[in-house]
Design a protein around this ligand. Structure first.
Ligand SMILES: C[S@@+](CC[C@H](N)C(=O)[O-])C[C@H]1O[C@@H](n2cnc3c(N)ncnc32)[C@H](O)[C@@H]1O
Ligand code: SF4
Length: 395
């Protein structure tokens, strides 16, 4: 399953946020920089304890996510990245998530963007100050604009996260958001539109009790039109669609996100972090305890581990690959799975998928360059793709 020198991605989770947004269900806890620093120290201890299990990999990408990593100082983040790189080698891509107010805050980043970082993903979410207040954010649209400028001046790339499908939001409101982004788009190389979900709340109506007087959730049809507007906006500004709601400038890699979809190994550090280990002993999904307090009590504790059978992993690999617009390489599938299934069986699975679901999946390229790629319908309906793949690879 794994070759010597195969790519390794590291995800490091810093869970502290200054306040908790009512719609957020990530592994997050409210606190101040000194508590974030305890998590930075915890990540370092965890990395030191687990590093020896990951020898022989080629460092590919490092992603520091949260929570709000930017609650830690730029210096603390630089030291963390330096220590992770000292342990694994230099990564081809280092990304950190940041909230606009921290990038500008004297006590947080003090106008100094971490130098070890290639891309900062800014949680802009909206350019409408009233919406930002309504969804519990601490910044305004001017802070987003200034933080984008600050990161560009520091020489790092900027990714922007936006939320759509917010209760009370109309299609025209969303298109105004895109107009506002239009004047900044030359400074940005990656845009992710997140459809606001709150099905994770139990019951989902609990969300409404937190955000009062919000109006109705936009209908499915309106939410689909919002994505269409985002598609049109991106193509008008020369950005390529990479997956549903995600766009990047031509040539820009998203090594971490793509690597995960391509079944590369990942070491997940920090509360709630997930990872994947491939070895001669099997395929293992790993996850650390999600509760931030429990994590701090035992940062070097062992991750929970569950083994995937080769069939389960093949299913995941095909489904996740087909969530990317450029799909997955057929040669890559053979390389990863011929030893478990034989080349003929892999060939048969790909051929049968194309036969069964021509409306969802197509083949591009010849011979060694052949790829399975989703059609627009396949990209929009991952559930239907999964049903077709599951029928070919019964567990
Ligand atoms: C977990 S946050 C971490 C980064 C940063 N703290 C922020 O809020 O931008 C990463 C992304 O998840 C999105 N997110 C959080 N809760 C969400 C939800 N319920 N539905 C959709 N996106 C959500 C955020 O809007 C953000 O862009
Ligand atoms: S700032 Fe980001 S991670 Fe923190 S609560 Fe809000 S959405 Fe969640």
């Amino acid at each position: 399953m794994r070759r010597a020198g195969s790519p390794l991605h590291v995800y490091a989770h810093l869970p502290i946020c200054r306040t908790r947004c009512p719609y957020c269900d990530f592994s997050v806890t409210v606190g101040e920089p000194d508590t974030q620093q305890r998590f930075v120290d915890g990540l370092r201890a965890e990395m030191n304890a687990r590093q020896r299990h990951w020898d022989g990999r080629r460092p590919d990408s490092l992603y520091v996510g949260g929570g709000t990593p930017s609650v830690a100082s730029a210096e603390a983040l630089d030291r963390l990245v330096d220590d992770i790189e000292a342990a694994f080698g230099e990564f081809s891509e280092v990304t950190v998530e940041a909230n606009p107010e921290d990038v500008l805050d004297d006590a947080a980043w003090a106008g100094r963007v971490p130098q070890s970082v290639d891309r900062v993903i800014l949680g802009v979410q909206s350019f409408d100050d009233e919406v930002l207040t309504r969804i519990g954010r601490r910044h305004d649209a001017d802070a987003s604009r200034a933080s984008i400028e600050r990161v560009v001046e520091a020489g790092a790339s900027v990714g922007v996260d936006l939320l759509f499908g917010i209760p009370g939001q109309s299609l025209a409101d969303w298109e105004s958001e895109l107009d506002a982004l239009g004047s900044l788009v030359d400074s940005v190389d990656l845009i992710s539109g997140w459809e606001l979900s709150w099905d994770q709340f139990e019951p989902p109506e609990a969300f409404h009790s937190v955000i009062e007087d919000v109006g109705a959730r936009p209908s499915t049809g309106v939410r689909r039109s919002m994505l269409d507007s985002l598609d049109a906006f991106a193509s008008e500004h020369g950005l390529e669609k990479r997956e549903v709601g995600v766009y990047a400038l031509p040539g820009v890699r998203r090594r971490y996100m793509e690597g995960r979809r391509r079944g590369h190994e990942c070491l997940g550090l920090g509360p709630g972090a997930h990872g994947l280990a491939l070895s001669e002993h099997g395929i293992f999904q790993q996850s650390r305890v999600a509760d931030p307090g429990a994590y701090l009590d035992d940062p070097t504790g062992r991750p929970d581990t569950s083994e995937l059978s080769p069939r389960e992993f093949l299913f995941v690999r095909i489904c996740q690959g087909l969530e990317l617009t450029d799909g997955l390489s057929v040669a890559g599938l053979h390389e990863q799975f011929d030893s478990a299934f034989g080349s003929d069986r892999i060939e048969k699975i790909t051929d049968e998928l194309l036969e069964r679901a021509p409306d969802l999946v197509e083949r591009t390229g010849e011979d060694g360059r052949a790829r399975l790629v989703p059609t627009p319908a396949g990209l929009a309906s991952s559930d239907r793709v999964a049903t077709q793949v599951a029928a070919l690879i019964p567990s």
